[in-house]
Design a protein around this ligand. Structure first.
Ligand SMILES: Nc1ncnc2c1ncn2[C@@H]1O[C@H](COP(=O)(O)OP(=O)(O)OP(=O)(O)O)[C@@H](O)[C@H]1O
Length: 534
């Protein structure tokens, strides 16, 4: 397991055993030799990963699909091989020019390609698409390359962001070049700033005349958190950033008050669209955060109406998540024009900074004993405990509420105010143990959660990755404990695979179990109680 912040700045999934020779190579001091070697390693990979040189910003006014020839990259279809695009650019420019100018340009282009390749290799960034902009070497380049305003640089400093995370290095330039983008990077790796930063730079300053940017999140809690983050990053500039509340969705007329950035759940925004209270035809930036969740059937209708309402032909859409199933990639390709695909580490992986453990509890009663024993031995708050339903969350709360620990619960049966209080108290450290359903499993940034306990086995690999990702954020170490009973054994191998892939030690017998298709495993479980049945 990687320690401290190395994960944050180096991406996930670096199998040290497998790539031992590469590590040795990277550690050599001779930088010329080093970069040449890395470059050749990258070139070796060029059939798998397309690296590209920084290009002029694409025209946003009338974006068309640039070619439909699709090559297979890492098993995925991409829009066009960007290596050939870089060469094409050279040929175009060179035909009329002097031979020496052409040569100089070629050299500069190669140097740029080399720098990009080294940076991407170092940070485990994989890109595909046509003419992918160069990654950021540092936050300083926000100023030198993109004239980032000083208020934003100041806010970055205040927040203590010294270096861009891998997703920020690549996604920010992509969006600043007006390219649509779908991105997958580990939980807690700074995806929010990766889409808010280019949005603020592009919007420049407040303007009247309708909503200019929309961020969609799947829960109210996440919209509130994103709103707060946006405000922090925009401090010093008078952007009108609005959080779509129930009241606004029902009553507000957005044509009557200015709004630069609107943050909403799809349900609330759809309601406002239906009531003709909001006009999205001028939206220039649309972000779908936790995009795979938004594309699930129960939310798809709602986001579809938002996407249709955002009818500006030069809109830039982007999709972000820590998990990117193939069906979302397919949707993204249908939806987007000339998009860039950015993957940090490997898709759908758990974060490497989390120490993961499986605990056999035999029965439901065994789980209750195990959690009590674990808290009695060492309770290291804050701790998040996940259950498969609100009924079970209430039951566990009923059991632990009198155990002399500061415990609270959050689930969909609570009012909005109660949910907000539960989140705020947990953030403030007043609640030590927060019992939750999957309502806070994605996107929520509770700083320094020491341990996530999967009291109930998660119902899918995606749920596992997001739940445990509430811990081990921003490069910090975290812990995840997953209880399992007989009923969960068929799915153990799937968790074991995720554990092994993120560098955790897994007993060999687990890896010998059969793999099962893991779809919505939510068995009926005995109720949680130590009281004898009467
Ligand atoms: N460049 C940076 N340097 C240090 N910390 C950062 C940087 N960028 C973001 N962070 C911090 O990292 C934490 C996680 O960021 P964020 O919530 O955006 O993660 P995420 O990738 O969206 O996670 P999830 O997939 O769970 O939604 C936040 O507390 C944020 O302030």
């Amino acid at each position: 397991m990687a320690n401290d912040s190395s994960f944050l700045f180096a991406g996930i999934r670096f199998n040290r055993k497998k790539f031992g020779s590469d590590i040795a190579r990277f550690q050599k001091k001779d930088s010329d030799k080093n970069s040449a070697q890395i470059l050749s390693a990258v070139e070796d990979e060029s059939e798998k990963t397309i690296e590209a040189v920084e290009d002029k910003p694409a025209s946003t006014k009338k974006r068309k699909r640039k070619g439909t020839s699709s090559d297979s990259v890492e098993g995925f279809s991409v829009f066009r091989n960007s290596t050939s695009a870089a060469e094409a650019q050279l040929n175009d420019e060179g035909e009329a020019g002097e031979e020496s100018v052409k040569l100089d340009k070629k050299k500069e282009l190669n140097r740029q390609l080399e720098r990009d390749a080294i940076c991407r290799k170092k940070h485990n960034i994989h890109v595909s698409g046509y003419n992918v902009p160069s990654p950021l070497q540092s936050f300083d380049e926000l100023k030198s390359r993109y004239k980032c305003p000083s208020y934003l640089l100041r806010n970055l400093k205040e927040l203590g962001f010294r270096e861009p995370t891998p997703i920020q290095r690549q996604a920010i330039p992509v969006l600043l070049h007006d390219r649509e983008c779908f991105a997958c990077a580990p939980t807690g790796s700074g995806k929010t700033f990766a889409f808010v930063c280019p949005m603020l730079i592009k919007l420049k300053g407040p303007e009247n005349g309708g909503v200019r940017a929309v961020i969609l999140c799947h829960t109210r809690e996440l919209t509130a958190q994103t709103y707060r983050e946006c405000k922090k990053l925009a401090k010093g500039k008078k952007f009108r950033i609005k959080l779509m509340t129930k009241h606004l969705a029902r009553n507000a007329d957005f044509s009557k008050f200015p709004c630069d950035i609107l943050i909403s759940t799809p349900l609330r925004l759809r309601l406002a669209i239906k009531r003709k209270k909001v006009d999205l035809s001028r939206v220039e930036h649309l972000v779908l955060d936790e995009s795979d969740k938004l594309f699930e059937p129960e939310l798809f209708k709602q986001i579809d109406s938002v996407i249709k309402a955002c009818s500006n032909p030069s809109i830039i859409r982007s999709l972000f998540s820590a998990t990117l199933p193939d069906f979302v990639e397919d949707r993204a390709r249908e939806l987007m024009h000339d998009a860039v695909r950015v993957i940090v580490g490997r898709k759908n992986m758990a974060s490497e900074t989390i120490k993961q453990k499986l605990v056999f509890t035999g029965s439901e009663e065994g789980k209750l004993l195990a959690i009590r024993q674990s808290f009695a031995e060492s309770l290291n708050p804050p701790v998040l405990v996940f259950l498969q339903s609100k009924e079970r969350a209430k039951e566990l709360y009923g059991e632990l509420a009198f155990d002399n620990i500061r415990v609270d619960a959050i689930h969909s049966d609570l009012s909005q105010e109660e949910r907000e209080n539960a989140v705020n108290n947990f953030r403030a450290g007043e609640t030590w143990v927060l019992i939750a359903t999957d309502v806070v499993a994605r996107g929520m940034d509770f700083k320094a959660v020491n341990c996530v306990i999967n009291y109930d086995f998660p119902d899918s690999a995606v749920a596992y990755v997001h739940r445990i990702g509430r811990s081990g954020r921003a490069g910090r170490a975290g812990e995840a404990i997953t209880f399992y009973t007989e009923e969960d054994i068929p799915f153990l191998r799937n968790v074991a695979n995720l554990m092994a892939a993120s560098g955790c030690e897994v007993p060999s017998w687990l890896m010998e179990l059969r793999k099962r298709k893991w779809k919505k495993h939510r068995p009926k479980r005995d109720s949680i109680s130590t009281k004898p049945d009467l």
